[in-house]
Every structure is written in C-alpha cells, then in structure tokens.
Design a protein. Structure first.
Length: 316
C-alpha cells in the first residue's frame, strides 16, 4: 500500500507542457522551443516534459494564442505582430525603424520597458515570459529591385495578421495582404509579389528559389514573445514557475545569440543562390515616409502612446 501511494504521489507531481509554434524545425521559434524542452526536462530531472507542436499543427499564431487563453495549450513562441489584436501595447515593439541594432533591442526589451509590455499581456490572459527574436525584417519580391519607397508602389506584399504591419506597408505604397504562415506556394504562384522577414526565413524556407530581389530595409525589429497561459501559470507552484522562467530565459538568449551568429553566412548563401541584394536602400526616405505613424489611431490609446514615447526617447 505504501509503495502504491509513493508512485501515485510521484506521478501527480509530473507535468506535461504543450508548446506550439507555426514554423518548421530549424526555424527561430523552434530553436527556442527545442532548447527550452532540453533545459526544463534536464533541470526538472524529467518531472516536467514538453511536447512541441510545430509547423502550425495547432493552427496559425492567432489561433494558438486563443488556445493559450483557453488553457488547451500551455505555452507558445509567437511573433509579436499577432498580439496586437489582443493587446495594442505590443505595437510599440514593432514600431518601424525604432531600434538601431541588436544591442539596443536587447537593452530595451530585457529592461523595464520590455517588462511593462510583458506585464500588460496579463490583461488578455497571457503570462509574458521573455523576448526571443525573429530579427530585423527585410523586403523581398519577385518583380523588381527596390531602393526607395517609390519602388514599392503597387507591390502585393504578404503581411502578418497585424493592423500595424498592414498600415506600415500601405503607408509605403504597397498593397499589403494579410496571410497566415507558410506562404511559399502563394509566392511561387504569384498570388503575392513579395514578403518581409528576417534573413533566417529566406534560408530555412528557401525563398531564394522564388524571390529574386531582396532589400535590406531593416524596417522593423521583429521579436518573438515567449508566452504562457496566465491561468495555467498562476496555478503552478513557485518552484515550477522559477524553473520554467529560468529555462525559457536561457533558451531565448541562446536563440538570439545563435540567430545573429548565422546572419553573415546567410547573406553569403542568398547571394550565391542568385538573389540580387540591395545592401544600401534609401533608409532615410523609408523612415520619413512612416514617421507620422505615431500620430495615427493605432497609437491613440493613452497607455500605448505613453509607452511608445518612452521607447522612442530611449532609442534616440
């Protein structure tokens, strides 16, 4: 009887975490997810196990966030853009041409302003744990070389399900088309002319096969938010919360470092594969074209506007 009781107690202490991403193995989100799985299973001595659902097997990012809210999925590594339909404060992260470089992005997002964003997500039922990264976004297309905003006019560009990203490309003169991931077929069949994403996407998804032109616009620093369901999180023990928080932080930092270390090699690969790369677009003209976004309705919420002003001041 005592032996049976012992095993029952041990079993009840174990935990299984469902973690969802929309991307395929080898992608930025998956690197965080796989590293988190490795770390948390080792640090908990197997008491906490993680099942990673990849390749949008549980739906697109908006659908995953809804499942996290409902508690049917515990965690996700989610691009910041889709959060803005749940909490508009996330739009400050994706404000165009905000961060000058990776170091500045880390300083801000790992500091008090980043914590303010993560804390705000609790009002929507999420526990924001840490920021990992997608990276600086760049434009690709199959039609023509792009050096200035005028060159973008009329291009049909895929964007995330994000009011901000749609507005950015409308302002630049493109025809933005919200579309869930993945998009290789749509690009190949010319349903859309182009897309905008960090360098790793061009490599992992082989966009060099179907996109001839790339412009290093670096128009948005795209972060991922490593997130859990708030109700689930609050039900955890203090020890388990500490284990999970530590593991996801270390996984995020590992992924950011890994992603940046590979970018030079990615550039070389894309050039070798035949992409025509505009290394020095007229960024001043791009920045000027979107400068008034801070005065638009997207940032009219006083709480969002106040944080945006703090962010702009902190990154000058």
């Amino acid at each position: 009887m005592l032996i049976v009781l012992f095993f029952a107690t041990t079993a009840s202490a174990s935990m299984k975490i469902k973690l969802a991403v929309v991307t395929k193995p080898g992608s930025a989100q998956n690197i965080v997810a796989d590293k988190f799985k490795e770390l948390i299973e080792a640090r908990s001595q197997g008491e906490i196990t993680v099942k990673v659902f990849h390749s949008a097997s549980l739906g697109n990012e908006t659908e995953i966030l809804q499942q996290i809210q409902m508690g049917t999925v515990e965690m996700g590594i989610i691009t910041a853009g889709p959060f803005d339909t749940f909490d508009p404060i996330v739009r400050v992260v994706n404000y165009p041409f905000l961060f000058k470089d990776n170091d500045q992005a880390d300083l801000i997002l790992d500091g008090p302003l980043g914590q303010e964003i993560l804390k705000s997500l609790e009002t929507s039922g999420f526990k924001g744990l840490h920021f990992s990264e997608n990276g600086f976004r760049n434009l690709t297309n199959s039609k023509k070389a792009v050096k200035t905003p005028d060159d973008i006019k009329g291009l049909k560009i895929r964007v995330m399900a994000s009011a901000l990203h749609k507005t950015i490309w409308q302002t630049l003169g493109a025809n933005p088309t919200p579309m869930p991931w993945p998009i290789y077929t749509e690009l190949e069949q010319s349903v859309i002319d182009g897309q905008e994403n960090p360098l790793w996407v061009m490599e992992v998804y082989k966009f060099y096969e179907i996109q001839k032109y790339m412009t290093m616009t670096r128009h948005v620093y795209s972060s991922h938010i490593d997130v859990a369901g708030l109700k689930w999180w609050n039900a955890l023990s203090d020890d388990n919360r500490a284990l999970i928080a530590g593991a996801i932080k270390d996984a995020a930092i590992f992924q950011r470092t890994d992603n940046r270390a590979k970018n030079a090699g990615r550039m070389a690969l894309l050039g070798k594969k035949g992409m025509i790369i505009e290394q020095h677009p007229d960024v001043t003209a791009f920045r000027a074209r979107v400068a008034d976004l801070k005065n638009m309705d997207l940032y009219s919420d006083p709480r969002v506007n106040a944080l945006l002003i703090k962010m702009i001041e902190a990154t000058r």
